[in-house]
Design a protein around this ligand. Structure first.
Ligand code: 3PG
Ligand code: MG
Length: 395
């Protein structure tokens, strides 16, 4: 983190263009999870204390360069204002006269939410003219959107080169936590990777086996590994054409990273809530059964691995956690990790898409050492890729 400018070093009484990630989940026009709004508060409060105006740049959904009224950020101004305890102005455009006059009208320390950056085609194209129009609105740029940092867009990358650029508080927290988890971890270091497909996580697995001491694999992707090792997996979801890749990963891990594959599984004939399910060994799966979760022996084995680790990094559920009873493996393993983290024995870091939902479902997200607000960005970072939004902040 030494190569970043921090907010503490930012000037007072200026207008800061602040990139936040307000791509929040919505249900029936209401925010269903305001984590990402809350994540921006420390940075906004720090800027208020410096009497800086904060003009917020953010995207919502994927309007593909057009004005899509349902994707307006306008409806987020009030919830943000309620969380901040001060009024939040809204500007109908993220650049030009509308943005400029809203910023001019705001008092020192005021917060102005600018309309969806992705209403402009230049945003995703990282068009320098658009970035220049953004830069013209303020004196400094603050990026607090780690979760959008895998995108090289005008508001996440281009504008960072046009103004003195600072890492926001949430950005700093994310980078510090990720560094503790994978950059500079206390070993032994254990990874838990789940999710449906090997094919979407190949880069991830290849990067992780070079860095971790142990890697537990669960979810649908574990079926592909079991199949590759000759198990009869019945009607389970698996990518049989990835069997060679799975064997390559197993071979590459030898002597470097211990792979923990399921030792037993929970199977059922169909994936539906409260379907009739049974736990069985790997050699007992019937042709008409599907593997939908990991079994008890596997969980015990994973718990032992956690106890013998200092750091855990977790991405992806171990079973079909949206459909009980196939949430049990994920819930129990998450509770084990949370308990160890709470008692200070394990640094437990998690992130990426379904992972946060799974930890919330298990009721343990707050007990993890750190849960990232990022989906795709977390995954790309775990894959060892440079994130353009982070790179652009480096001096
Ligand atoms: C996210 O929600 O993961 C980020 O805001 C990025 O959104 P995107 O996948 O639409 O670029
Ligand atoms: Mg996304």
């Amino acid at each position: 983190m030494n190569s970043f400018r921090r907010l503490e070093d930012a000037p007072n009484n200026v207008t800061a263009l602040v990139r936040v990630d307000f791509n929040v989940p919505m249900q029936n026009g209401q925010i269903s999870d305001d984590t990402r709004l809350r994540a921006a508060l420390p940075t906004l409060k720090a800027l208020m204390a410096k009497h800086c105006k904060a003009a917020l740049l953010a995207h919502f959904d994927r309007p593909k360069g057009k004005r899509v009224p349902e994707m307006s950020l306008r409806r987020l101004a009030e919830p943000l204002s309620n969380l901040l305890g001060v009024p939040v102005a809204f500007a109908d455009d993220c650049v030009g006269e509308a943005a400029k006059s809203a910023i001019d009208a705001a008092p020192a320390g005021g917060v102005i939410l600018l309309e969806n950056t992705r209403f402009h085609a230049g945003e995703e194209a990282n068009d320098s003219a658009l970035a220049g129009e953004m830069a013209a609105l303020g004196q400094i740029y603050v990026n607090d959107a780690f979760s959008a940092a895998h995108r090289a867009h005008a508001s996440t990358e281009g504008v960072a080169h046009m103004l003195p650029a600072y890492a926001g508080k949430q950005m700093e927290r994310e980078l510090d936590a990720l560094d503790a988890a994978l950059g500079n971890p206390k070993r032994p270091l254990l990874g838990v990777v789940g999710g449906a497909k090997v094919s979407t996580k190949l880069d991830l697995l290849e990067n992780l086996i070079g860095k971790l001491d142990r890697l537990a694999i669960g979810g649908g992707m574990a079926n592909t590994f079991l199949f590759a090792q000759g198990a009869e997996i019945g009607g389970s979801l698996a990518e049989k054409d990835m069997a060679d890749k799975a064997r390559e990963i197993i071979a590459a891990a030898k002597g470097k990273c211990e792979l923990l594959l399921p030792l037993d599984v929970v199977v059922a004939k169909e994936v539906k809530p409260h379907a009739e399910a049974r736990m069985c060994g790997l050699d007992e799966i019937q042709a008409d059964e599907k593997i939908l979760d990991v079994g008890e022996r596997t969980i015990r084995h994973l718990r032992e691995a956690m106890k013998h680790s200092h750091t855990l990094i977790w991405n992806g559920p171990l079973g079909v956690f949206e459909t009980p009873p196939f949430d049990q493996g994920t819930v129990l393993a998450a509770q084990d990790a949370a308990e160890l983290a709470k008692s200070g024995k394990l640094i437990a870091v998690a992130g990426g898409g379904d992972t946060v939902a799974a930890l919330n479902h298990a009721g343990v997200a707050a007990d993890f050492t750190f849960v990232s607000t990022a989906g795709g960005a977390f995954l790309e970072w775990m894959e060892g890729k440079a994130l353009p939004g982070v790179e652009a902040l480096k001096r």
